[in-house]
Write a protein that binds this ligand. Structure first.
Ligand code: UDX
Length: 433
């Protein structure tokens, strides 16, 4: 086996922690850095700040085998490394523009600490032309030789470790043959196709990938609303459309839409960049609008159903699922939050359950939290499915029906068969079917 590389990963959030840990598992010596002392102290004791399947095991294994370390010291980690990965947050400002202050500060610190040839690899998702700017900052402060590269991540929360180890492609944007060779060698064990690009194109590949995926979801959700009006079935439509190899079957699942930190933020950033460059951003603005339309449509469906019974006031609504998608504890920009707030504003009483996301949800949403899905359903006037966790797909529907005040289900993720629900005696509403 080739000798592993010495790597510093700056920023230990979802991306940094997964990237650093997986790189250690490939045989490199990795130091994961974060300015949050509590987080780093925890990680040193294998206390993982996020829920991400498989990550804990890898952190334990690689810490034990001394390939993975944690630190709050950027300068020290830089000095000990040949490759420095930038994985700090690039949050949006109010106007959609990306806030680059963290990544710029970190770059300055790396440059000042540099004690030999370094490759600075930008992994954070940033607007096109950011790496060019960072290179300028590096030049201003660095005394040693260096190269820059852009190496976007395509990790999905809930399967980030798997995605890292099994990528569709690896994009390496760099003007330096030496930097390209180093990175290509580092990724060799993954046996994946590598695309060598210029740095600006690499930045745009990441933004456009997310924007096009979001566009697929909004397109299918718009047509789901049309299906309801025209008595067609969105699952059948998606299947037929997805069989065209040019379109493909993925990301055509209708439901209450996308959430999470990536799609909404990256779409806003792309809209901002298009406008800044004097181009029409309307296409992606519509994608964003439809993502809200579908949530509102779902909430409206619920309140219209309750109009027959004097409105939602005082009605008990059970919620199954808070996370923006299954297998994560992340509730950032989750459709569930909007929908719950709408129901609360109509004075409905909410009882909620999620297998992993309740701790995060408690910080932002006041409502009754239940220990399990059956107690969330008990005595409810209606039950809502907002995240497609496997345990909801597998639940005992007969038991649920028996414990509810009324057998009424609104399924925002289309997880049940309509006929079966009817036969079980449920009044069942879903999306586009
Ligand atoms: C996304 C990208 O997939 C990943 O490549 C990038 O690095 C980060 O952003 P993530 O946000 O973790 O990853 O989750 P993803 O699985 O892509 O789902 C995003 C949202 O779209 C979820 O809310 C999900 O419920 C929704 N979705 C997805 C649909 O509504 N329908 C679909 O068909 C697929």
């Amino acid at each position: 086996m080739e000798m592993g590389k010495n790597i510093a990963v700056i920023g230990s959030g979802y991306v940094g922690l997964t990237t650093g840990t997986c790189l250690a598992d490939l045989g490199n010596k990795v130091i994961c850095v974060d300015n949050n002392e509590e987080k780093i102290a925890g990680l040193k004791n294998c206390k993982i700040p996020i829920f991400e399947p498989g990550l804990e095991l890898l952190i334990k294994r690689n810490s034990l085998e001394k390939r993975l370390e944690f630190s709050t010291d950027i300068a020290d980690a830089t000095k000990k490394s040949d490759l420095v990965f930038l994985c700090v947050g690039t949050p949006p400002k109010e106007n959609g523009e990306t806030d680059l202050s963290a990544i710029e500060n970190v770059t300055r610190e790396i440059a000042k600490a540099s004690n030999g040839y370094k490759i600075i690899v930008q992994k954070s998702t940033v607007p096109v032309n950011t790496a060019v700017g960072l290179k300028g900052i590096m030049k201003q402060y660095i005394k040693t030789e260096f190269d820059t590269a852009v190496n976007p991540e395509f990790l999905k929360e809930g399967s980030a470790v798997y995605d890292f180890m099994n990528p569709d492609r690896i994009v390496i944007g760099t003007e330096s043959e030496k930097a390209y060779a180093e990175l290509a060698e580092m990724y060799k064990p993954l046996n994946a196709p590598i695309l060598h690009t210029d740095i600006n194109s690499a930045e745009l590949i990441k933004h456009l990938s997310n924007a096009m995926l979001a566009q697929k979801i909004s397109t299918i959700n718009l047509i789901a609303m049309l299906c309801e009006k025209t008595n067609a079935d969105i699952e059948t439509v998606a299947k037929g459309v997805g069989m065209d190899k040019r379109i493909g079957p993925d990301f055509l699942k209708a439901g209450i839409g996308y959430g999470g930190f990536c799609f909404p933020k990256d779409l806003d950033a792309l809209i901002y960049i298009l406008k800044k460059n004097g181009l029409d951003s309307g296409l992606f603005e519509k994608v964003r609008d439809i993502n809200y339309d579908i949530r509102n449509h779902f909430a409206r469906k619920i309140s219209e159903r309750f109009d027959k019974e004097g409105g939602l006031e005082g009605k008990i609504i059970g919620i199954l699922g808070l996370a923006f998608k299954p297998n994560t504890d992340d509730i950032r920009l989750a459709p569930s939050t909007d929908i719950i707030n709408k129901l609360k504003s109509k004075k409905a009483k909410i009882k909620a359950y999620d297998p992993k996301a309740m701790e995060n949800s408690r910080k932002i949403l006041e409502m009754e939290y239940c220990d399990n899905l059956y107690s969330a359903a008990e005595n409810c006037d209606a039950l809502l499915i907002l995240t497609e966790w496997q345990e909801f797909k597998d639940m005992d529907l007969t038991r649920i029906r028996g414990s509810m005040k009324k057998p009424l289900i609104f399924d925002g993720r289309n997880i049940y068969n309509k006929e079966r629900m009817k036969n079980l005696g449920f009044e069942y509403y879903c999306i586009g079917r």
